[in-house]
Each structure stands twice: as C-alpha cells, then as structure tokens.
Design a protein around this ligand. Structure first.
Ligand SMILES: C[S@@+](CC[C@H](N)C(=O)[O-])C[C@H]1O[C@@H](n2cnc3c(N)ncnc32)[C@H](O)[C@@H]1O
Length: 284
C-alpha cells in the first residue's frame, strides 16, 4: 500500500461532511449500488454465505450508512448491529423490524467484546479508511471463530490504473468510447461532478476516500496477504462489475452479461483490470 497523505482525523472529518451532505441532499440512496440488479446480486451472495454459517444470531455491518446492507439482511439474523460515524446517514436506517441496533462508533475500535458476531459485513466502506488493516483486525476480533467476514464494492486498483492510463491516452491520439469516458468521470473525477452539481467540496470527497484517491484502490493480493497475517483462515477474492456490464445487462440481456462475466473470470488474473470492484470473503 502506498503511504496515504491524509491523516486519520482528516479522513474521519471528511467522511462525516461528505456523507451528511449527500444524505441531507437526498442523494445518497441514489448511488448506483442501490439499483435493483445490484440489490438482487448482494441478497443472493448473502443467502449463499449465510447458508454456510453455523449460527445466525448476531451480525455487524461496518460503515452501515443509511442501511443498504441492514435492509438486505435483517430477516436473516436475530440481531443486526450497524456501526457508523455519520449520524445523518444512520438516521435514515429503517428500524421497523425491531431487531436493528445502531452504534455511533469508529469501525476500527468498536465498543463490543471479542468474539460475539457470527457474520460481519462492510459494503462500499473499506476505501474510506486510511488503514484497512487496522479495521480488518477489529473485524477479526469481534467475530466468533468460524464467523464470516464479507466485504464488497472495494475499488480495484488494476481497474483504476487502467482507466487512468486510458485518460492519458485520450488526451493524445486515441479516441475513447462513451463507456470508457463515463468510467474516467466516475472513477477519477467524481468530486468535480458533485462540486459542480451540488456544491460539495471536491477536496473533501477525495479525503473521504483515501484508499481510492491515494492508493488507487485495493490490490487483491495485498488484502489477501493482510487477512492471512491477521489470522483469517479461508480467504477468497472475487472480481465484479466488469466495464460496461450494466449496459450489456440492460441493452442486451442478463444471459449475455453472465456469459461475458464467466469468460472474463476464466482468464483471471489477466482480465483483472476490466473489473471495477473486489469482493472479499474471509473466515475466522
Ligand atoms: C459509502 S458509505 C457506505 C454506506 C453503506 N455501507 C452502503 O453501502 O450504502 C461509507 C460509510 O462509512 C462511514 N464511515 C467512514 N469512515 C468510517 C469509520 N472510520 N468508521 C465507521 N464508519 C465510517 C461513512 O460515514 C459512511 O456512512
């Protein structure tokens, strides 16, 4: 991992500013991961992973935000605990099921005793940290032996580097297609978009995502090594959302998108740079 130039305190303050801003503008829940096709995908992953759990008593969702994961898994566990630092996000969590408890706390140092959770999740979260290893240690601490950690929508460094390369070439002789242009915008210039359209401070958005901004995302190999060093036993990475997948799904068919995904998976790691995100599953 490269040395981040953002301090932990700066990242925390920036996260609270950015997420309160988006939540209060009614924009947060319009993020692409809330689209039905992604919710279906995550729900199926949760069903698959929880079917392997011995017990389904307590789950913890780190960086729970407005409750994206909580809403998808509150019927699967007796108790659902959400942890976040932004009150303005957490106040939008639907608590009506009666088994959800929210905690205003840093994910890296939670108030829980060790070894009490059967399952832990972190969705669209780890890139907001300055040091994901400290967080993984905390996730490991609070999980029971045999408990499962599931983290998703982690920006893939291979993809961000490929898109940065495409942007440099686009300034030269090569033309880029609309799909690539959209990703150049989304992966590299999101802050400018929010600043222009909503008046949000773009510098603070960069500070709120130190691993995406400064480390250019996660290296699958580095994260797996870190998880093994911490003590997780079974450590897996999966690659997801290939470049243009939503377009194939909507303009062609889900079957076509599945075929391309299968093919790209069959030629990993050569195709790694075509997948936007990494999914991690670790067992304590
Ligand atoms: C991109 S949002 C993801 C929210 C939710 N998991 C989702 O998928 O919609 C990231 C969340 O992490 C929270 N966060 C950032 N740094 C944190 C930290 N160190 N400890 C706990 N929560 C943090 C932010 O307040 C924000 O709600």
């Amino acid at each position: 991992m490269n040395q981040s130039t953002v301090s932990k305190d700066e990242a925390i303050k920036a996260n609270i500013y950015v997420h309160a801003f988006l939540a209060n503008a009614g924009e947060y829940n319009k993020s692409p991961h809330f689209r039905p096709e992604n919710q279906d995908k995550v729900r199926n992953i949760l069903l698959r992973l929880t079917s392997e759990c011995n017990e389904k008593n307590k789950v913890i969702d780190f960086g729970c935000g407005t409750g994206f994961m909580i809403h998808l898994m509150r019927d699967l566990f007796e108790e659902v605990h959400g942890v976040d630092i932004t009150q303005d996000m957490m106040k939008q969590v639907d608590l009506s099921s009666g088994n959800v408890v929210l905690h205003e706390s840093l994910a890296e140092s939670t108030p829980f005793v060790a070894s009490i959770f059967d399952f832990a999740t972190a969705y669209s979260f780890m890139d907001h940290l300055v040091d994901y290893r400290v967080f993984l240690q905390e996730a490991y601490r609070v999980l029971k032996t045999g408990g499962v950690f599931y983290s998703d929508l982690n920006p893939n460094r291979d993809f961000i580097l490929a898109i940065s390369g495409a942007e440099k070439q686009a300034g030269g002789v090569l033309n880029t297609t609309p799909i690539v242009n959209r990703e150049i915008q989304g992966a590299l210039h999101n802050g400018e978009y929010y600043q222009q359209n909503y008046g949000m401070d773009a510098v603070l958005l960069e500070k709120a995502e130190p691993i995406k901004t400064h480390d250019k995302g996660f290296s699958a190999v580095e994260v797996l090594e870190a998880a093994r060093e911490i003590g997780f036993s079974d450590c897996r990475v999966e690659f997801e959302w290939f470049l243009g997948q939503a377009k194939v799904m909507h303009e062609q068919s889900r079957a076509d998108s599945d075929k391309v995904e299968q093919y790209l998976n069959s030629v990993l790691p050569v195709s790694s740079h075509l997948f936007k995100y990494l999914r991690f599953v670790f067992v304590k």
